[in-house]
Ligand binder design. Sequence first.
Ligand SMILES: Nc1ncnc2c1ncn2[C@@H]1O[C@H](COP(=O)(O)OP(=O)(O)OP(=O)(O)O)[C@@H](O)[C@H]1O
Ligand SMILES: [Mg+2]
Length: 274
Amino acid sequence: MDEARARGRRVGFVPTMGALHEGHLTLAREARARVGDHGLVAVSIFVNPTQFGPNEDFSKYPRELERDVARCATAGVDVVFAPDAASMYPAGERTRVTVRALSEPLCGPFRPGHFEGVATIVTKLFALAGRSVAVFGRKDYQQWRILSRLAEDLMLPVEVVGVRTVREKDGLAMSSRNRYLSDEDRQRASAIPKALGDAARAWERGERDASALREGAEAKLRAVADSIDYVDVRDPSSLEPYAGGDRALLAVALRVGNTRLIDNVVLGEEPAPA
Ligand SMILES: Nc1ncnc2c1ncn2[C@@H]1O[C@H](COP(=O)(O)OP(=O)(O)OP(=O)(O)O)[C@@H](O)[C@H]1O
Ligand SMILES: [Mg+2]
């Protein structure tokens, strides 16, 4: 990367956990658009152990490096970086990175330590990548806000970009974990973008009451979810509870079957997801 930069190439960087889908490839294409034909686009593939809880799916997370490398090639990626856990967490390592406040709401209480694991690995990856533009998906909206803050607070030479959620035909947000859904689960999951879409339409009609927006979405989700972690309306920048303003983040996390799904829409900014 240093060598590429020395020859005047800009670097675009897309961190992932692999099992790549069209959402990831869209991030790679955005990175390419940002750095130009002459630039260098790198994708990292690393299933980061420190961001998984003890009862989460770390050991059975899908790993398919060969297919991922082939997919990256079709998207014009120049470099795939797939380190092993021992090189990212060598014996004796002791450092963790915490982004305060932004890590606390939404997924924070339901995935203790998750964002600390994410912030730690991404700090390491940013250190390796050096001066670059790093591209993330807004499907993981809270993660995107945390990592933007992290790059700024640690004065890293990394510009963090967030790309709109890429969706399936029925609006379901693409996710590597969607493959865990049975046909019946998948059918039920299509209610998620519809509930977000209904809220977007209510917002368009002038609804600004956070409780009404939240309760409307929650009722629809309760009908299909096996459990709901949260349905929440927040300020899109600070992630504080929504207290008025021309945009609001409606974010949800729920379980369909054994699969935990997240999704969101920024009301007043994005079109209805479905
Ligand atoms: N549907 C999507 N649209 C846009 N970006 C996405 C989408 N899905 C994932 N991303 C982004 O890809 C990057 C890597 O995410 P990751 O590898 O965890 O994929 P994932 O699909 O979220 O997998 P999982 O569901 O297992 O968490 C993140 O920046 C994430 O926000
Ligand atoms: Mg993910």
